[in-house]
Design a protein around this ligand. Structure first.
Ligand SMILES: [Ca+2]
Length: 393
C-alpha cells in the first residue's frame, strides 16, 4: 500500500465541486447549520470561507433528511446508561463490562455487562482538563485475559500521554506511562486510541493548535501514531525509529478498521472540510497545506468531506460494511456504506436532532454500536438524563 497512489478512483465524494454542491443542498434543506470554525468544541472563530452555510435551524430532522437515498426510518436504539459527566470514550473488557472515561474528572467508570449503574474504577492521577483536554481515549489490551492491561490517553499539565495500568479484579493498579511528551493545548488534543488487527496501539494526536507540527516529522503532533503495547516502536513502522504512522493531520479523533483490515480515520477540518480518510502507512494527509480535496499529489485525498457545521466528526466505528461517524456540531450520526471497498453513495444522517452532540461510536461485543452523547461538557445543551449512551442495533 505505501507505493500506491490515491485510495480509489475519483468519484462523486472525492471532488470538491461535489462537496460544495453538497453544502448547498444541506443549506437549502434547512439542516441545522451554525457558522463557527472548527475545533471540536464548536466554539470557533466564525471565520468566513465555507460556502453554503446559513442560519441556524433547531428543527429536528427526519432520518436522512438532506441526504440522497434517504427513506429508511430511524434506527432501533436501546438506552444503556445515563447521567454521565462529559464521557469521552468506551472500551470493553472480555467479561462484557464497559469502561467509560470522563474527560473532566479523570475518572474511569465500570459498567456491568448488560447495563446497570456504573461504579468508579479509578481516577487517573494528574489529569488536567482545560478546554477540550482531559481524560480522553481508552483501550483494553487485546490480550487482556493474560496481561490485564487497560490503556488511557490523557492531558497533564505538561503533555498529552498514553499510560497503561493493570486491572486486578476490581482494583486498578498505578498507571505506567508508555508514551509521553505529546504537546497539549486547550484545543486539538486528538486522543482516540485503538488496538489494530496487528495488536499494535494506534493513537490520533492533534496538532495542539500549532499547525506546522503536522508536517514536521520531528513532532509527534498532527499525526496518527503506532506503538507496541509497551510503548516501543514497531520495526515495521513506515519511518524507522519513529512512532509516526501517518502525518499531515489536524485533529484525528476517530480510528476504526474495516473487514479487510484497513484503517479509517475521521478528522476535524478548520472551517471548510471535515474529512474521512483511508490511512496508509507513511501517508501524508495534507494539513495545514491542504484542507479537504486538492490536486496536489503529495497529499492523499479524503474519501468523504463535510462542512464542519454538518459533522465535526469524532469517534467512528465500523460494523460489517457500515461506518458510523459520531458528530459534535452536526449533532447526528452519519452512516457510510463501505460495501465494495470504498465509500458507496452518499453518507446518510440518522439520529439527527434527537441526542444532541455525539462524541463516540464504539463497536460493542454484543453486535450493537454504542453511541456516546456529549452535552455536559460545557459546549452542549444538556437534556434530562445527559450524558447518555445508547446502543444501536
Ligand atoms: Ca487532509
Amino acid at each position: 500500500m505505501p507505493g500506491s497512489d490515491r485510495p480509489g478512483a475519483p468519484g462523486r465524494w472525492r471532488r470538491p465541486g461535489r462537496a460544495v454542491l453538497w453544502l448547498v443542498v444541506l443549506a437549502l434543506s434547512g439542516v441545522g447549520l451554525v457558522a463557527c470554525g472548527g475545533s471540536d468544541s464548536g466554539a470557533g472563530s466564525g471565520s468566513a470561507g465555507g460556502g453554503g452555510r446559513g442560519a441556524a435551524s433547531a428543527s429536528p430532522l427526519a432520518a436522512g433528511a438532506g441526504t440522497a437515498g434517504a427513506g429508511a426510518g430511524q434506527p432501533v436504539t436501546r438506552a444503556v446508561v445515563d447521567g454521565l459527566a462529559a464521557p469521552w470514550d468506551v472500551a470493553f473488557l472480555p467479561s462484557g463490562e464497559a469502561l467509560i472515561s470522563e474527560r473532566d474528572s479523570g475518572r474511569i467508570l465500570r459498567l456491568p455487562a448488560g447495563g446497570g449503574r456504573p461504579t468508579v474504577l479509578t481516577t487517573l492521577p494528574g489529569v488536567l482538563h482545560h478546554g477540550e483536554s482531559g481524560l480522553l481515549g481508552l483501550a483494553v489490551s487485546p490480550t487482556f485475559t493474560t496481561d490485564r492491561y487497560v490503556y488511557a490517553y490523557y492531558t497533564t499539565a505538561s503533555d498529552n500521554r498514553i499510560v497503561r495500568f493493570r486491572l486486578d479484579g476490581t482494583r486498578a493498579q498505578a498507571p505506567t506511562p508508555i508514551l509521553t511528551g505529546l504537546a497539549q493545548n486547550v484545543i486539538h488534543n486528538g486522543g482516540r486510541i485503538r488496538f489494530g488487527p496487528d495488536n499494535l496501539l494506534y493513537a490520533g494526536v492533534g496538532d495542539a493548535g500549532v499547525r506546522t507540527r503536522a508536517q514536521d516529522r520531528a513532532s509527534l503532533n498532527g499525526k496518527i501514531l503506532r506503538i507496541r503495547p509497551d510503548g516501543s516502536i514497531p520495526p515495521t513502522n513506515p519511518f524507522p525509529g519513529s512512532p509516526i504512522y501517518s502525518l499531515g493531520h489536524r485533529n484525528v479523533q476517530g480510528l476504526a478498521w474495516d473487514a479487510q483490515g484497513r484503517l479509517w480515520a475521521s478528522e476535524f477540518g478548520q472551517d471548510r472540510f471535515d474529512e474521512i480518510n483511508l490511512i496508509v502507512p507513511g501517508g501524508n494527509y495534507g494539513w495545514p497545506i491542504v484542507e479537504g480535496f486538492s490536486d496536489d499529489n503529495r497529499f492523499r485525498r479524503p474519501l468523504v468531506t463535510w462542512a464542519p457545521s454538518d459533522a465535526s466528526p469524532t469517534g467512528i466505528a465500523i460494523r460489517g460494511t457500515t461506518m458510523y461517524v459520531a458528530s459534535l456540531r452536526g449533532q447526528r450520526l452519519w452512516e457510510l456504506d463501505l460495501s465494495g471497498g470504498a465509500v458507496r453513495g452518499r453518507p446518510r444522517a440518522v439520529l439527527a436532532g434527537t441526542l444532541g452532540r455525539l462524541r463516540a461510536a464504539v463497536d460493542a461485543p454484543d453486535g450493537s454500536v454504542w453511541i456516546v452523547t456529549n452535552n455536559t461538557d460545557g459546549r452542549g445543551t444538556p437534556r434530562p438524563g445527559d450524558d447518555r449512551i445508547i446502543a444501536l442495533r
